[in-house]
Design a protein. Structure first.
Length: 387
């Protein structure tokens, strides 16, 4: 679906409404830097060319009327009095963004039609895309001048405070600020970022994302448990390193101190500290076009997530093993929160057919799931579209 088509669907759904504005917001895949964002650390995601489109125009009243083309389902609420929806849970991302704006800014009512092709529940941040797209639509329709980074923070708060998922800032940030043909190196403490050209094309390599088919919600307690274990590790490490505020402040030179923590905290902290270092190294390698070595860091990241952070699962491990056994694959790892969802693989273009064949042959034989394979390009972040 493109901007023209969603505008047409909007006119059909809301024949009396004013001409819509159309915005898009992409999903994301994280190349390296997993479970580092909420530790004030570093991440290297890219916006993908799968996205959510929203068409909307303002109303004279305080109603928000929403229609999802994908669910073929509508929902509505009054901006003066609304709460979470149990009947249309997908609308909670939109409701949440409205709620966060309303803390400081009166809003006009809206009619909205939406549709997306970011695989849902696959760990490719379809929810962040919906939040960011909604934030941009609201800014546009209400003629606000909220800076992009403030919209990102607002979208993250919608997820944390309204939807009730304690995610970090990575997904919303990349959906808003991604750049075509670039990956985004983000310092999740200062929110300073740098766009690094993704020379995959020049290296004749591509980013292949493979959905394991295993669905596990983020609301899941394991994510929150990891967060609190990281905080516990910081409290312990403070006894020797009183100046630290987060695991981001602990370097690989302090691994000996980490090794004195109780076994579980030791593993969690070791993952975060080594992963932050891997991101810093990976960015240098990418700038130098050393993708073979970059791929090696992806492999190391997976091992660390599997063994130390313990957020992988047998299906993700299997997909990574299959990919790593294909000649021409530089590196492969689980991506996103874990316990299901997708792997990300950097592969030479002329190895992709062999990779696909290996996954389609071996994975269904050893699991009960059907894999889905995507080759994504680095896309532009959220934007208003002309049509
Ligand atoms: C999810 C969260 C992100 C991040 C990743 C793990 O995608 O939404 O904030 O914590 O997990 O890296």
């Amino acid at each position: 679906m493109n901007a023209r088509e969603i505008a047409a669907a909007f006119r059909q759904q809301f024949p009396e409404a004013a001409e819509p504005v159309v915005v898009r917001a992409p999903g994301r895949v994280n190349l390296i830097g997993e479970h580092t964002d909420y530790n004030d650390g570093f991440v290297l995601p890219m916006a993908i060319d799968a996205q959510i489109l929203l068409a909307g125009s303002v109303r004279d009243d305080q109603q928000v009327q929403i229609y999802s083309l994908d669910f073929q389902e509508g929902t509505s609420f009054d901006l003066n009095d609304f709460s979470q929806s149990t009947t249309a849970p997908w609308s909670n991302y939109i409701r949440g963004v409205c709620a966060m704006f309303l803390e400081t800014t009166p809003l006009k009512g809206m009619n909205i039609v939406l549709s997306g092709n970011v695989p849902q529940g696959a760990g490719l941040s379809s929810s962040a895309a919906l939040e960011v797209g909604t934030a941009l639509l609201i800014r546009t329709l209400n003629n606000l001048d909220t800076p992009a980074v403030e919209l990102v923070k607002l979208a993250q708060r919608a997820e944390n405070e309204f939807v009730g998922v304690a995610c970090g800032i990575m997904d919303q940030f990349i959906s808003m600020l991604g750049k075509k043909d670039h990956v985004l190196f983000l310092d999740c403490r200062s929110l300073e970022y740098d766009l690094v050209p993704a020379p995959f094309g020049a290296n004749q390599a591509s980013i292949v994302v493979i959905d394991s088919g295993v669905k596990r919600g983020l609301v899941d307690s394991e994510y929150n448990l990891r967060r609190s274990q990281c905080e516990a590790a910081v409290s312990e490490l403070k006894k020797n390193l009183p100046e630290i505020k987060a695991l981001r402040d602990v370097g690989v030179e302090h691994l000996d101190l980490i090794n004195q923590l109780e076994p579980e905290l030791q593993k969690r902290a070791r993952h975060v500290v080594t992963e932050n270092q891997r991101v810093l190294d990976a960015v240098k390698l990418l700038r130098d076009g050393q993708i073979q070595e970059f791929g090696q860091l992806m492999n190391e990241s997976h091992a660390s997530l599997r063994d130390d952070y313990q957020v992988s699962c047998p299906e993700l491990d299997l997909l990574v093993e299959i990919a790593q056994s294909v000649p021409g694959v530089y590196g492969s790892r689980m991506t996103g929160a874990g316990f299901g969802g997708c792997t990300v693989t950097l592969a030479a273009n002329d190895s992709i057919e062999q990779l696909k064949a290996a996954v389609l042959d071996q994975y269904p034989k050893q699991t009960q799931y059907t894999p889905r394979i995507y080759v994504f390009n680095a896309s532009e972040g959220a934007e208003k579209l002309t049509f």
